[in-house]
Design a protein around this ligand. Structure first.
Ligand code: PAF
Length: 276
């Protein structure tokens, strides 16, 4: 495994690489969810590149950029058996002083996470477009855990005719259903137990739909009531939306995306399932 820090080195290595390149962009502090993406990339490509970059542009001014967990040594040890190249650029390397360009996807970013985290997706699409330009992958791997992020990136790739395939991989969960996330490390013992309520609410929505409930409002309400029983939980949004447009729906017509953002203590968690 080769670790590179500059765009120039990354480009040189890419040029020397034969066959298809699978790419997994990450912000580090890796867990089994990330590794599932890397394993999938490994299965499907002779060469695997992973990037580790905590992208300042996708954090709001009151968000956790400074406290975001970082442990590069641990990340590299986890990647070693699965990865050929790890790209770890500095902030300056990615955004030099005179940096002025942005990639923005309209529409899909107006709702859900985009509505409550202004500028977040502009930061994501800008850094992902830059990483795609630098790494030039044939396939890039993203987790379904960030359902809206994958939808936005797929739209960017399509609209801007980027020459790669975006592969979506299933959410990896803990035993009690909590979706794996680097931010789970912020939770103390009691909050960690409370956090399982997100998954229970998703399972409730699934059960209601499969039992024939067609009223999305009624499902949202039952999910809300379940989550509110958990004293540590504060709901930011609960959404039942069309899986393609991400717009809220009133009447269930599959496939639908059921998603939510809930604060457990000070930690903001997101999760979703697609009902098909
Ligand atoms: O999902 C993430 O970890 C980040 O949003 C990504 C795609 C690496 C861009 O910074």
């Amino acid at each position: 495994m080769i670790v590179v820090k500059t765009i120039e080195e990354m480009r040189e290595l890419r040029e020397e690489t034969a066959g298809s390149v699978g790419f997994v962009p990450t912000m580090g502090y890796l867990h089994e969810g990330h590794l599932s993406l890397v394993k999938k990339a490994r299965e499907e490509n002779p060469a695997v590149v992973v990037s580790i970059f905590v992208n300042p542009m996708q954090f709001g001014p009151r968000e956790d950029f400074k406290s975001y967990p970082r442990d590069t040594r641990r990340d590299l040890a986890m990647l070693e058996p699965l990865t050929d190249i790890v790209f770890i650029p500095s902030d300056k390397e990615m955004y030099p002083k005179d940096y002025d360009s942005w990639v923005e996807v309209k529409g899909l970013t107006d709702v859900l996470e985009g509505a409550v985290r202004p500028g977040h997706f502009r930061g994501v699409t800008t850094v992902v477009a830059k990483l795609f330009n630098i790494v030039a992958p044939d396939k890039a791997y993203f987790g379904q855990k960030d359902a809206q992020q994958v939808a936005v990136i797929k739209k960017m790739v399509k609209d801007l005719n980027m020459n790669l395939e975006v592969v979506t991989c299933p959410t990896v969960r803990e035993k009690d259903g909590l979706a794996m996330s680097s931010r789970n490390t912020y939770l103390n013992g009691e909050q960690r137990k409370a956090a399982a309520v997100l998954y229970r609410a998703l399972m409730l929505a699934q059960e209601l739909v499969f039992r024939g409930e067609k009223d999305a409002g009624a499902i949202r309400l039952e999910m809300k009531e379940l989550i509110e029983k958990e004293p540590q939980a504060n709901i930011e949004y609960i959404s039942i939306a069309d899986n393609e447009t991400l717009k809220e729906i009133h009447h269930i017509k599959l496939p639908v995306l059921v998603s939510m953002a809930v604060k457990i203590g000070k930690t903001r968690l997101i999760d979703n399932i697609v009902l098909e």
